[in-house]
Write a protein that binds this ligand. Structure first.
Ligand SMILES: *Cc1c(COP(=O)(O)O)cnc(C)c1O
Length: 471
């Protein structure tokens, strides 16, 4: 592609993106396609001859777009948000154009030094004390895996990478059953094994880990010859927003020499607002904390902020230093690839820098406070509406509810969520609470307005009523 054509299509892509964003309210949130419908329109064999950009772009609009679920839609209330604020998209255009590999300081000093700086901005923004060092990981899953690997190496006196797990005693990791599935996978991939992930029961409205049970489990495991290595806690669990009492967990864990990781992938963004920090009280004593600016905060995926107390432990666990990767002549510089499992890394700090400067903390706090207020208001309206119950109260902007229709309530609520998503005006997902289906609602999309929350109320009550009529 020559320079002129590249410029022309880059401009077209940016203009298309802006028009697309402006059109979102008129599109169904969830893709309305059947499995295989998109693949059937794409040739089974690769093209022998190059094609025109006009043809490729036309097929993008004709074939691909109808198969997209619109995550930037203001009425996306499913899962958790994956906000890409326009300013972060602009930063990503620049990153994409430069396409640098930022694995070492010398492979792009600006990327490394900006990452150090903006992660420290974020650390201050969410109220973590000095002494936490930050690194951007590609996902919270990777951050949690890194933390589990550090737990493993610390507990095995740094002998796990070398001798393998077969040559070492069995490790134990503790968490509640409210943590994200990425924790299970970290336990599998680290070789520790699911049987050694000890689930601690939860209690209370916040569904937090029972710390007396945690301590009893650690003591029982020690007596049985296991080596307890760490505890994984959550602030804002995926299903209903469960929050462990971080301070109490850390107290027990540290008394036994265990490493504590806090998964606040979604809820961490809200900690830029001082009034929400009680949800993770005690976090300052944790060893490792992850939150995803690529969820609620508005930095385009991928951008996970991982803060650690002792980065040397992380580097000792993950750094490989072959001769050709050494940065000669400069001591004390950071090579962030030594802090993460993958070697190659995109320049992810630029979008955070653009985002934080353009909106300021004040702008981002305002957005989060609005979302929390609108979710609380919607929960209250549903609670007072005939035939609905709020199953779990709002934690920040997440709550779950159920329609008390006729017949089997699980089947009825699954049918309701499907009918709502087929309608397309809003998008919701379901979860299980104490074994029974509940419908999740979270407010979090960057461009959402209070009107969109009102639309959610109308759609939910209207479709529930029409299902009742059919039944
Ligand atoms: C979204 C989420 C994750 C997974 O995040 P990725 O960045 O997609 O790996 C983990 N834990 C919690 C609590 C989450 O909300």
């Amino acid at each position: 592609m020559d320079d002129t054509t590249f410029a022309e299509w880059s401009k077209k892509a940016a203009e298309w993106g802006a028009a697309y964003r402006a059109s979102l309210r008129d599109r169904p949130v969830r893709a309305q396609t059947a499995p295989g419908g998109i693949a059937a329109q794409i040739p089974a064999a690769p093209p022998e001859k190059g094609e025109s950009m006009e043809a490729i772009f036309a097929d993008f609009e004709r074939i691909i777009l109808p198969g997209m679920t619109h995550w930037q839609h203001p009425r996306f209330f499913a899962y958790f948000p994956a906000n890409a604020a326009p300013v972060s998209v602009v930063a990503e255009y620049l990153v994409t154009a430069m396409a640098a590999q930022c694995m070492l300081w010398q492979t792009s000093p600006a990327a490394t030094e900006l990452e150090t700086r903006v992660l420290d901005w974020l650390r201050q923004a969410i109220g973590l004390p000095e002494g936490f060092a930050g690194v951007i990981q590609d996902s919270a899953s990777s951050a949690t895996l890194s933390a589990v690997l550090v737990m493993r190496e610390r507990a095995l006196a740094w002998n796990g990478n070398k001798a393998g797990l077969g040559a070492n005693p069995r490790l134990r990791i503790y968490s509640s059953d409210q943590v994200h599935t990425s924790i299970d996978r970290a336990i599998w991939v680290s070789g520790i094994g699911e049987d050694n992930l000890v689930r601690i029961p939860v209690g209370g409205e916040k569904r937090s880990m029972d710390c007396a049970a945690l301590e009893a489990a650690i003591l029982r495991d020690k007596a049985a010859g296991y080596v307890p290595a760490g505890v994984i806690t959550c602030t804002g669990g995926t299903s209903t927003g469960a929050c462990d009492d971080i301070g109490a967990v850390v107290k027990v864990a540290h008394a036994h020499g265990l490493y504590v990781h806090v998964d606040a992938a979604w809820a961490g963004a809200a900690m830029i607002c001082e009034e929400f920090r009680s949800l993770w009280a005690g976090v300052e004593a944790a060893d490792s904390v992850v939150f995803n600016p690529h969820k609620w905060l508005g930095a385009q995926f991928d951008c996970s902020a991982h803060f650690i107390r002792a980065p040397d432990d992380l580097v000792r666990t993950l750094a490989i230093k072959p001769e050709y990767l050494k940065t000669h002549g400069r001591d004390g510089i950071i090579n962030y690839s030594e802090w993460t499992v993958p070697l190659g890394r995109r320049f992810r700090a630029l979008k955070l820098w653009f985002l934080l400067r353009f909106h300021g903390l004040e702008g981002l706090k305002g957005m989060i406070r609005d979302h929390v207020a609108w979710a609380e208001k919607l929960a209250e309206r549903l609670r007072r509406h005939d035939g609905f119950e709020v199953v779990t109260n709002p934690v920040l902007s997440l709550f779950s509810f159920r329609h008390l229709g006729s017949g089997d309530l699980d089947a009825h609520n699954l049918a309701l969520v499907n009918a709502i998503n087929d309608d397309g005006r809003i998008y919701l997902t379901q979860t299980r609470v104490d074994g029974r289906i509940a419908i999740r609602f979270q407010a979090g999309q960057f461009d959402m307005t209070e009107n969109d929350a009102d639309t959610a109320f109308e759609v939910i009550t209207e479709i529930a009523k029409s299902l009742d009529r059919i039944a």
